[in-house]
Design a protein around this ligand. Structure first.
Ligand code: GRF
Length: 199
């Protein structure tokens, strides 16, 4: 266990390609962070396989087994206590965390959002909804934002943004693919900046 590195907990719900980008970045011995734990709230999340392959502890906490958000979050919190976590990275984690949980981790939770915040953020703005809204608004560019998590959804301070052009005959899928490729660069970049205290 490297005491000098930032210890990450990565929260996922699905494919986990952003988790993979972090796993790959952490393979470089010079990268100032390591992944201590992966948590999924979805039993079938492919990201759990990615964690297993990388020999990273991975835990599935199915939110559907709890009657309310705070019960689920208490289990999350208890699980985190067993690992040396300094920073929680939400990477396609499809649960909104309550203010109680967020306030327990002040400036210690970050998220990736597939648009250039503050545009196209907030409740209901996730996944393909974001890209559809960008296309419908006739934006000339979109991108991704890695930002701190505060209780107000998608409103925390931005750490890194990367822009991409919106192309005339883009579909939700083509735009999403262009954006997620940038998330894979931006997420490790943001983690590095935090680890090196440049934020
Ligand atoms: C990313 O585009 C993220 O911004 C959004 O969901 C996607 C997650 O993809 N919230 P993955 O699971 O990391 O592949």
């Amino acid at each position: 266990m490297s005491a000098d590195k930032l210890n990450l907990a990565v929260f996922i719900s699905g494919n986990g390609s952003n988790l993979q980008a972090l796993i790959d970045a952490c393979k470089d011995p010079a990268f100032p962070a390591r992944i201590a734990l992966v948590v999924s709230n979805q039993p079938g999340a492919y990201g759990l396989e990615r964690a297993k392959k990388a020999e990273i502890p991975a835990i599935m906490i199915d939110h559907k087994n709890y009657t309310n958000r705070s019960e689920f979050e208490n289990v999350l919190q208890d699980t985190l206590k067993d690992y040396p976590v300094n920073l929680i990275c939400l990477a396609g984690f499809m649960r909104i965390l309550s203010a109680d949980f967020v306030n327990r981790w002040p400036n210690k939770i970050i998220n990736t959002h597939p648009a250039l915040l503050p545009k196209f953020g907030g409740k209901g703005m996730y996944g393909e909804h974001v890209h559809r809204a960008v296309l419908e608004a006739g934006e000339l560019q979109s991108g991704c934002s890695i930002h701190y998590v505060i209780p107000e959804v998608d409103q925390g301070p931005v750490i890194v943004q990367r822009a991409v052009p919106v192309i005339a005959d883009d579909s939700v899928e083509t735009l999403a693919a262009r954006v997620i490729a940038q998330e894979h660069i931006a997420y490790p970049e943001a983690v590095r900046m935090i680890a090196e205290k440049r934020v």
